[in-house]
Write a protein that binds this ligand. Structure first.
Ligand SMILES: [Zn+2]
Length: 496
């Protein structure tokens, strides 16, 4: 109950969300009834042997179920053997360890939605496929692997009708980073989205941030809505940080493309000038060819060049925000960052990041790893908690934290560990002397929902691309007005 109240309160701080426009109407496409039963393919992930994979999926469903202002419920329909998708009357979540479909090539996970055309259009079913063929998965917050629960929260959001959000801290942001778990818990934007689509009573807005960006996936214009007399109506005067498709959607007249340069089908965000160098929410004030502009969800950088060069990069922090972070292979490389350890470091590439452990002891409720002494918010049930792992890598294989080992059972290699640690601390094997390569997701890991509007079948979901998609970001002010209004092909081209 505490958590439900928190989510309700948080929903008031939304910056906006994105839904699929019903071509024949002026509202969104939703399920006719706010209850969808999910069948879990019984084998789960081949990477997980302790059942935590299926539990992660159930926890992800519960994350959406507990939003107080929403009536939507995912119902656990138990496990089954089929991996089938399409219009078979069953909403299924399955891992595919081989025969990953070509239409989702490169994707880490994929949601296939179906709808019936009518007045209004309705979603009728969806299925989620997760790529176990090309991607290894984790449930324990492993710093170099994608998190099953976070990915499923995102895909379920597509399933119930949401598109991608503009804020990097939202679970519905188009990109996720390996090793982060913040997307397990919904951001205010995500909660506002499900409450708009499936309100507990008839919908009545109070503020503009409770109204959606309408994505014209099936046709019709992309539109910004605002609250007028309790109803969301088309109209554009969105405040800083809101999602937008064109400059006219923003009160500032500035709709900027996300620095990660998603495809043109994705929303941008309303920016504003920052001549004094300060921005709302502590966001980054970037220098652009048109003057200083605020960049949503970034603390101190928009691209690597803002961070002073290797080994510093502009990467997603464990809370979802982008910050300048130092790459490392082991703890000794992090001495310039007070209190930091090399999170995700293994002594070899891909590199980890120098991060400062938080205060949370094991079992402490958390929303992201920075709140935890272990840097890992990956334990617990519906409410994630800090786990008891040991963060960082000191150059040796760390002994397991096993309290059952009696004091007399001193590991025989203790002396060796000490030697290795002291050598690294002052020796020539510092990371500065090595070539550091960030993890494969240093640019972007997830794709998007291009939603090229097939007639009766639409794909959506996430693409965890194995390759970096990192272009030099020009601040050429690629206003979404131009890109968002580009002609749409009527092809069956599922997005990801
Ligand atoms: Zn997605």
């Amino acid at each position: 109950m505490i958590r439900k109240l928190l989510l309700l309160a948080a929903a008031g701080a939304s910056l906006g969300f994105n839904v699929v426009r019903d071509v024949g109407g002026d509202g969104p496409i939703v399920f006719a009834t706010p209850s969808v039963t999910m069948e879990l393919q019984q084998n789960g992930s081949a990477d997980i042997g302790d059942g935590s994979d299926l539990q992660a999926i159930r926890d992800a469903m519960n994350e959406w179920n507990q939003v107080a202002c929403s009536s939507f419920q995912f119902v656990d329909g138990g496990t089954g053997t089929s991996r089938g998708i399409g219009a078979d009357g069953i909403n299924r979540i399955t891992f595919l360890e081989n025969n990953w479909p070509g239409y989702a090539a490169g994707a880490g996970a994929f949601t296939l939605r179906e709808r019936v055309s009518g007045s209004p259009d309705r979603w009728t079913e969806f299925d989620i496929q997760i790529n176990g063929q090309d991607t290894s998965w984790a449930t324990d917050g492993s710093a170099q692997l994608p998190d099953i629960r976070s990915a499923v929260v995102h895909e379920l959001g597509h399933g119930l009708g949401l598109q991608h959000a503009s804020h990097p801290e939202a679970s519905m942001y188009f990109s996720v980073r390996l090793g982060t778990t913040f997307a397990r818990t919904l951001h205010a934007d995500d909660a506002a989205g499900v409450c708009y689509l499936y309100p507990t009573q008839s919908f009545s807005c109070r503020t503009d941030d409770e109204c959606p960006l309408l994505h014209g996936s099936y046709g019709g214009p992309n539109a910004r809505t605002r609250c007028s007399g309790g109803t969301c109506v088309e109209g554009s005067a969105a405040p800083y940080g809101s999602g937008c498709f064109e400059s006219g959607h923003c009160a500032s007249g500035l709709c900027l493309v996300d620095p990660l340069e998603p495809p043109a089908s994705e929303p941008g965000f309303c920016s504003e000038p920052c001549p004094s160098g300060t921005c709302p929410s502590g966001d980054y004030c970037a220098s652009t060819s048109s003057g200083p502009r605020c960049i949503v969800g970034r603390d101190d950088c928009a691209e690597d060049a803002d961070c002073g060069g290797n080994p510093n990069v502009c990467a997603r922090q464990l809370d979802g925000r982008f910050t300048c972070q130092r790459l490392c292979l082991r703890n000794s490389a992090c001495m310039s960052v007070p209190g930091a350890v090399c999170h995700g470091g293994t002594g070899e590439n891909p590199a980890g990041f120098c991060r400062v452990p938080g205060a949370g002891a094991p079992g402490t409720p958390c929303e992201h790893g920075l709140q935890c002494a272990s840097l890992s918010c990956s334990a617990g049930g519906v409410q994630p908690t800090c786990d008891d792992s040991v963060p960082g890598y000191d150059g040796t294989v760390l002994p397991p934290p096993d309290a059952s080992v009696p004091d007399t059972a001193v590991p025989p290699n203790d002396a060796g560990r000490a030697d290795a640690a002291s050598r690294d601390a002052g020796g020539p094997l510092s990371d500065d002397a090595e070539t550091l390569m960030p993890g494969r997701d240093a640019g972007v890991t997830i794709g998007l929902d291009t939603n090229e509007a097939p007639i009766d079948l639409v794909g959506s979901g996430c693409r965890c691309t194995p390759q970096m998609r990192r272009h030099p970001w020009s601040f050429a002010l690629l206003l979404f007005g131009v890109l968002g209004l580009a002609p749409r092909r009527r092809l069956r081209k599922p997005g990801h």
